[in-house]
Design a binder for this molecule. Structure first.
Ligand SMILES: Nc1ncnc2c1ncn2[C@@H]1O[C@H](COP(=O)(O)OP(=O)(O)OP(=O)(O)O)[C@@H](O)[C@H]1O
Ligand SMILES: [Mg+2]
Length: 402
């Protein structure tokens, strides 16, 4: 079927999409290529069908999403890609959508920012839909990323993202709340505030939408792919160069903050889909880095109590293999006021005590663990005071400042 790929009101390209598989078969016309998603490459002045397909299929719920097989059964579809065309590819994280050429729509009439949507898909994803009932498949949940169970829900008129944790500790939602408190105490970078809610004794984190009808969230992955990496550039250098060439302001300062923050919470999953930048979809001007979101995969969330060792070098993403190495990219840490973090472990304890999935020895180990991370970062800050910047850091600095 023929569709126009739209960025809000702007027609971008004309596509032939196979409804059964959700595959883009052909790019037949190009209208406004500058409005294409960031990171789409061109071959002979035409958007490359492969990268466009990667982007399009990447909009669907990942096949690795917890509980997706059962949900697809209830929704009566075979692949998550089939859900994409059902909601015209509309999302609450950007303004791309596909407009059927035969019976076109106006963005005002179908976008999820202004128009209500059913809870059916969200409930199916949470294992709460009645099988066999007639379901409304037009939902922004069809275009949500990530492996944890999650759903968009309108609560008192606000679009909220509700996200679960994983077995056996169900710790991720509590971590999101702890991360929120840590951001507030550090008082440095922009962040998404998360709250905790309980449903049937299961904890969920809930947050508002950081995207408005005027903006889009562009993942660091798309930014990273916007140019070819040169062999002599590290992933960190390459990413910052991409930001510089695209015109995204303040990314170096943002990363300084993010890397120190992730060190503190021992985040093991800051992959290139877990941070990014915000762009205005009408003017294509960059607003800047997106507020920090998705910090739940941290604080030993999947480790048994005996494996919680704050002093060990913890593996990390996205620039270096371990936090011990990655923190070297964060520049000066002298902005951190450690006195504001003094009783953060006690706040964490209070949070953990509310959960039936976390026993007393685990609570103790986690609080000790968090305290240990704060102490380690403070030590590093003191050591920095006595050290000249390493050659690598100076080289980087000159590269970034150029
Ligand atoms: N507050 C928000 N406003 C708009 N979009 C958001 C918001 N939070 C998350 N998103 C989008 O939803 C996606 C999934 O959310 P999130 O990263 O929190 O889920 P996750 O399941 O924890 O992911 P992962 O698989 O990385 O662990 C994000 O990659 C981002 O594109
Ligand atoms: Mg994520």
């Amino acid at each position: 079927m023929i569709y126009t790929l739209m960025n809000k009101h702007t027609p971008v390209v004309e596509l032939n999409i196979d409804e059964d598989t959700g595959t883009i078969l052909k790019v037949s016309k190009v209208f406004n290529p500058e409005y294409l998603p960031v990171g789409i490459t061109f071959i002979k002045k035409l958007p490359d069908r492969k990268t466009l397909n990667d982007w399009w299929k990447g909009r669907s719920i990942p096949a690795s999403r917890s509980g997706i097989r059962e949900a697809l059964e209830v929704l009566n579809v075979s692949y998550t890609e089939q859900l994409l065309t059902k909601c015209y590819g509309l999302s609450l994280s950007d303004q791309y959508w596909i407009n059927p050429k035969d019976h076109p729509f106006q963005w005002e009439d179908i976008n999820f920012f202004h128009n209500p949507f059913s809870d059916d898909v969200g409930n199916a994803l949470f294992g709460q839909a009645a099988p066999g009932s007639e379901l409304d498949l037009i939902s922004p949940c069809n275009t949500s990323d990530g492996w944890l169970r999650k759903k968009w829900k309108i609560i008192d008129g606000e679009r909220c993202l509700i996200k679960s944790g994983s077995n056996p500790f169900q710790q991720e939602p509590l971590n999101e709340v702890l991360a929120t408190s840590l951001h507030r105490r550090l008082n440095r970078g922009a962040y998404v505030p998360y709250r905790l809610i309980w449903e049937d004794q299961i904890p969920y984190s809930i947050c508002g939408n950081i995207i408005t009808p005027e903006t889009e969230l562009v993942s660091a992955f798309s930014i990273y792919r916007s140019e070819k990496k040169r062999n002599h550039h590290s992933p960190y250098e390459h990413f910052l160069l991409c930001c510089e060439h695209l015109g995204i302001p303040d990314m170096k300062e943002f990363l300084d903050y993010l890397l120190a923050f992730d060190f503190l919470i021992a985040n093991t999953d800051r992959h290139l889909g877990n941070f990014g930048a915000i762009r205005n979809v009408d003017t294509l001007e960059w607003v800047g880095p997106a507020p920090v979101y998705d910090s739940g995969t941290s604080l030993w969330h999947d480790q048994v109590t005996g494996a919680i060792h704050p002093e060990s070098d913890i593996s990390c993403h996205p620039f270096r293999p371990t936090h011990g190495q990655q923190i070297g990219l964060a520049g000066s840490l002298d902005w951190i006021n450690f006195s504001t973090l003094q009783d953060i472990d006690e706040e964490f304890r209070f949070l953990l005590l509310s959960s039936p999935y976390i026993d007393a020895p685990r609570t103790d180990a986690l609080c000790q663990g968090l305290k240990g991370r704060v102490q380690q970062l403070e030590q590093l800050t003191l050591q920095q005071d006595f050290k000249e910047p390493s050659q690598e850091e100076s080289e980087l600095e000159s590269l970034v400042l150029k």
